[in-house]
Ligand binder design. Sequence first.
Ligand SMILES: NC(=O)c1ccc[n+]([C@@H]2O[C@H](COP(=O)([O-])OP(=O)(O)OC[C@H]3O[C@@H](n4cnc5c(N)ncnc54)[C@H](O)[C@@H]3O)[C@@H](O)[C@H]2O)c1
Length: 234
Amino acid sequence: MSSSLFDLTNKTAIITGGARGLGFAMSKALAAHGAKIALFDILSPVSDLSALRAEGVDVDYWKVDVTSKEDLEKAVDEVKAKWGTVDIVVCAAGVARDSPFLETSIETFEFQHKINTLGSYLTAQVAASRMDSTRGGSIIFIATLTSHQAAPAQRISAYAASKGAIRSLVPHLAMELAPLNIRVNSISPGYMMTDMVKGLEKKSVGGPVVFLASGAGGYVTGQDILVDGGVSKW
Ligand SMILES: NC(=O)c1ccc[n+]([C@@H]2O[C@H](COP(=O)([O-])OP(=O)(O)OC[C@H]3O[C@@H](n4cnc5c(N)ncnc54)[C@H](O)[C@@H]3O)[C@@H](O)[C@H]2O)c1
């Protein structure tokens, strides 16, 4: 049983980009603390949801393109109709293109900004407008370590800028949504450096997302949490 500080029973969480990768890993972490899970993605979930359901997880999938406000409104309304509330939103849908700055096209730049920045913005906007201020809410954006510092192994300026925009949104939305009792934060994950740490990152984003989603993070808003194993510090 989870400690009451981290308890998410009777909470509904929407996770965009939840069909695989970090989004799916964070969904499992939230579910482990009792949250009902709505996976929003353009892809079908890579894992069999019936296995999760057999473990007692209340989980469902909606085909949603986060760049479509219409898709988002329809799906968030269906989540509310199914489970009654929307309490937690994790904006993890994202794309990254390795592309040297001098060769990056407008299309490559716009593709990443449309999904990463506009998609996250719309997701937060639609979800926040449907949250219940008497229950409160938590919006969690997924930024990246590479919006804080360059990554020598990659050429990802347009991607980094799209995620830097996410971090800039956080204090503004935190301020505007505080009267509605909605907290807004971001997580900046690092990347897997070697086989030795492969998989650890997926686990390590689970803790911070549960913290920010739950009462344990109840006085935390407007922040970015770097989850990089210390890489940015030495
Ligand atoms: N993996 C890393 O090392 C790392 C590091 C820092 C940040 N991130 C961020 O974490 C998030 C998840 O990354 P990941 O590594 O799990 O990637 P991933 O490619 O495995 O997952 C991204 C998901 O987003 C979905 N998606 C893409 N476009 C979409 C759209 N228009 N509408 C709905 N869903 C869409 C994809 O279908 C996919 O399921 C991303 O935002 C990424 O930028 C990842």
